[in-house]
Design a protein around this ligand. Structure first.
Ligand code: PAP
Length: 315
């Protein structure tokens, strides 16, 4: 996930409320989190999120990618990079991990490498990402013509992906965190960037109201029809491909096996404590079947029925 697991003082101003004053919880017995605007964050992310909301001046040609963690962020970053850098000779994906090229705005305080320019002032076209919920996006993002591309994934695979990721970060070489407890945290939404369900619903509803503004993608559809979905993103961003082969090329360049095996992704890290390798695992639809018991599946299905089905949302 595009945020660090260590705490460090952020260097931002414009603080509305100190994280100390917010409701607190412990995530997987490993990380303090606090609740801000209905979502849970490690405290170090709150000030940058507030700064983003209150000071970011979106431009009409900005592109903002958005997601809740473990839903296909890295893939979407890679695809969008290729789409935005069409016609360039060099392959940008071989130069750095996608999370460097497309920073997650609120977590850049944890970057291991400084950006080439200030994100808030970078030259056009800016391509950035956030895990923040729609409600807290800056007004300038909502009111300008800048485009938002959101990626969602079915909750059970999202949870399993998250379970692997946080086990590798919090408990390397140890027994994994009990999956049953992880399911409970997930359904209750009490974990870094949770809750999943409200995050997805907010962006979904906005994408229904303003389809020209927000493109809502599903990881599963990207898996079954990558070329069709990639063409859709390119058209949405006003950068349609000249030929089918160009779209096919982007799909190939961004496939999991290739990204996983690029030198820049085999070592190092873009964010403290988060190795680049941790962004690439199996990338399968339905991997949850290898882990969840029928009881755990039931719990997540019940939550989905309450929180997603009323909105006509899948899963
Ligand atoms: P983030 O929120 O930390 O950035 P994110 O990229 O959203 O993580 O999610 C990681 C998941 O996307 C992993 O899924 P898994 O655990 O079920 O395997 C990872 O394997 C998958 N993933 C990463 N890159 C790709 C890709 N190019 N194609 C398909 N899936 C990918």
């Amino acid at each position: 996930m595009a945020s660090s697991c260590i705490s460090q003082a952020p260097t931002c101003n414009n603080v509305e409320k100190s994280p100390n004053e917010l409701p607190k919880a412990r995530f997987w017995e490993a990380m303090d989190i606090c609740q801000w605007e209905g979502f849970w964050f490690e405290p170090g992310l709150v000030k940058p999120a507030i700064t983003f909301r209150s000071t970011f001046q979106a431009r009409d040609d900005d592109v903002l990618l958005a997601s809740t963690p473990k839903t296909g962020t890295t893939w979407l970053k890679a695809l969008s990079l290729c789409i935005m850098h069409q016609n360039q000779e060099h392959d940008i994906l071989t130069m750095e991990n996608p999370h460097f090229h497309v920073p997650t705005i609120e977590s850049t305080i944890y970057s291991t490498k400084p950006q080439k320019s200030d994100l808030y002032d970078a030259s056009a076209p800016r391509l950035v990402h956030t895990h923040l919920p729609h409600a807290v996006l800056p007004d300038s993002v909502k009111n300008s013509a800048c485009k938002i591309v959101y990626i969602a994934r079915n909750p059970k695979d999202t949870l399993i992906s998250m379970w692997h990721f946080f086990n590798s970060i919090f408990r390397p070489n140890q027994e994994p965190f009990p999956l049953e407890k992880a399911v409970d945290c997930f359904c209750a939404g009490v974990y870094q960037y949770g809750p999943f369900f409200e995050h997805v619903v907010e962006y979904w509803q906005e994408s229904q109201k303003r389809p020209e503004k927000i493109l809502f993608l599903k990881y599963e559809e990207l898996k079954t029809d990558p070329k069709g979905q990639v063409c859709k993103i390119a058209e949405f961003l006003g950068r349609p491909f000249g030929s089918e082969e160009e779209a096919e090329d982007v799909v190939q360049r961004c496939c999991l096996e290739r990204l996983k095996n690029l030198e820049v992704n085999k070592s190092g890290s873009i964010l403290f404590n988060v190795p680049n390798t941790s962004y690439f695992r199996k990338g399968e639809v339905g991997d949850w079947k290898n882990y969840l018991t029928p009881e755990m599946e039931d719990k997540i299905n019940q939550t989905s029925r309450i929180k997603l089905h009323p909105f006509g949302l899948f899963f």
